[in-house]
Design a protein around this ligand. Structure first.
Ligand SMILES: Cc1cc2nc3c(=O)[nH]c(=O)nc-3n(C[C@H](O)[C@H](O)[C@H](O)COP(=O)(O)OP(=O)(O)OC[C@H]3O[C@@H](n4cnc5c(N)ncnc54)[C@H](O)[C@@H]3O)c2cc1C
Length: 470
């Protein structure tokens, strides 16, 4: 017999996008919820991740467009960055959104406990409240949503002044003349584009063959790499970073590359070599909760190996993205209030806020071919899209990976203006199993960027309107 919802107690550890969404949704379903958070509500995403970085990418984009004012028939004599103003804008946006989350939680009567929690046993969280005070929270269900932290690679010199991880890179008191980024993944490339727009000379040091090696369509990663190199970002690939040293006027990054030793001088060095699940000191080993490496192991309903203990978000691995954590928050809320929903991450969009942006969903061409699918790839260049011309953003492409016979869309990958917004149509197409023909017969407004998606779909039958193909 399922328990009556009003008697069901749920304790959630971690108030990031996974944990706070789970709390809101459990409360909406009528159960009582306690949310334990040791820092700020909103977690990495709102405080030191998605939101502050996107304030910076937005201002960086505006700045670089303002500097191109003449192209748009505008006279903008001096477009420059006001760093204190930029930092204030970032902090205000974060504060407003964090306050909004707190209001929502209070409105749904979620009890917020400020403290550091650990699992004492299934059904019991131990919370250190500070000042030697503790609270034990008993609950029928416990949801672990502790998120992730920046990985610390085995490189000497990580603690030198001027060496920062992503949280440190968000604080900019002075634009460094030379900015080096260790790791050309999502976070590294977003910061590379931010600092480049602010005026730094940027060097990216990536171990793999291209930037954005994980989960991004290879042709798109290659195109972005060439574009950014043309814009002056010095991207070095196949690089093994050994150490960082202090010099009389800054820092020196010692590396080994395909052509031998390479030394990069910098004033600020960002270490962006991935994220680790934040699973230390949570009581997991003591409770014998199964892990998959450092991650918390869960089944497809997000249940852990212990009864009544669930886990979501970055801590369980897969795409380490806020929207993936949020959907898992909704799934777990449904499952612990009597439902039985399984995780379906086929259509989680991957979004990268570089300039231009990158986004993708579903299978890449190489994934699909490796899985034995007979695929046909159809693409359309943004240079042939009217709105891209109007925006002065002509670089980029939309690629649809379709099943060769049926035309079913298996994946959508794009580089270009507003790609992170445009990918929503791709997510729907992949999730709903839409075909290229169905997309092609969906009328898209003119002149808009989504027309690039329409034209790519038309291209499946060689029928693109605004591009000549033989
Ligand atoms: C620089 C950067 C930029 C990013 N940009 C994007 C983006 O544009 N789009 C996107 O989708 N994703 C982005 N991400 C990733 C996104 O932030 C994460 O995927 C998301 O925050 C994960 O949500 P979560 O709820 O699993 O964990 P988190 O957001 O990490 O939240 C976990 C919470 O748990 C708390 N906690 C941990 N341990 C305890 C404990 N023992 N007791 C009490 N509380 C605890 C933490 O304080 C934290 O508040 C970015 C990340 C970074 C670092």
């Amino acid at each position: 017999m399922p328990e009556p919802l009003e008697q069901l107690e749920v304790a959630i550890l971690g108030g990031g996008p996974g944990g706070y969404v789970a709390a809101l949704e459990v409360a909406r379903r009528g159960a009582s919820v306690v949310l334990v958070e040791k820092e700020n509500l909103g977690g990495t995403c709102l405080n030191v991740g998605c939101i502050p970085t996107k304030v910076l990418t937005t201002s960086a984009e505006l700045l670089s467009r303002a500097r191109r004012g003449a192209e748009f028939g505008l006279s903008i004599p001096q477009a420059d960055v006001d760093l204190p103003g930029l930092m204030a804008c970032k902090e205000k946006t974060v504060e407003q959104l964090v306050a909004g989350v707190e209001q929502l939680l209070r409105a749904r009567r979620v009890r917020i406990v400020r403290g550091t929690g650990r699992l004492a046993r299934p059904g019991l969280l131990d919370v250190e409240l500070g000042g030697g005070r503790r609270e034990s929270i008993a609950a029928r269900h416990v949801v672990l949503a502790p998120g992730s932290v920046a990985a610390r690679p085995p490189i000497e010199g990580l603690d030198l002044p001027g060496v920062v991880f992503s949280t440190g890179a968000l604080q900019i008191d002075r634009v460094p003349e030379r900015f080096a980024v260790i790791g050309g993944g999502v976070i590294g490339m977003e910061f590379a584009c931010i600092y480049e727009a602010l005026g730094s000379r940027v060097t990216v040091l990536e171990a793999a063959r291209t930037i954005l090696p994980a989960g991004v369509d290879e042709t798109i990663a290659q195109r972005l790499q060439s574009l950014l190199r043309r814009r002056g970002i010095d991207i070095r690939v196949g690089i093994d970073v050994k150490a960082i040293e202090a010099t009389s006027d800054g820092l020196r990054v010692l590396t080994q590359g395909p052509d031998g030793a390479l030394v990069v001088e910098a004033d600020r060095v960002l270490v962006a070599t991935g994220r680790w699940p934040n699973t230390d000191n949570l009581g997991l080993e003591e409770c014998r909760l199964s892990q998959s490496g450092r991650f918390i192991a869960v089944d497809d309903r997000l249940a852990t190996s212990l009864p009544g203990v669930w886990s979501i978000g970055d801590a369980v691995g897969g795409w380490m993205l806020a929207h993936k954590a949020m959907v898992e928050g909704r799934i777990v809320a449904e499952n612990l209030t009597g439902g039985s929903r399984r995780v379906d991450h086929r259509a989680v969009p991957n979004v990268i806020f570089t300039r231009p942006e990158v986004a993708g969903v579903g299978l890449t061409e190489s994934d699909a071919r490796a899985a034995g699918a007979d695929v046909k790839v159809t693409q359309f260049a943004f240079s042939a899209n009217a709105k891209s011309r109007i925006l002065g953003e002509r670089d980029g492409v939309v690629r649809l990976v379709c099943e060769a016979g049926s035309g079913r869309v298996l994946g959508v990958h794009m580089l270009g203006p507003h790609a992170t917004d445009l990918i929503a149509e791709g997510s729907l197409a992949v999730q709903a199993g839409v075909t290229a023909d169905e997309l092609a017969w969906t009328t898209h407004a003119h002149p808009t960027l989504p027309e690039a998606m329409l034209e790519a779909a038309l291209g499946f039958r060689g029928a693109a309107i605004h591009m000549h193909s033989r």
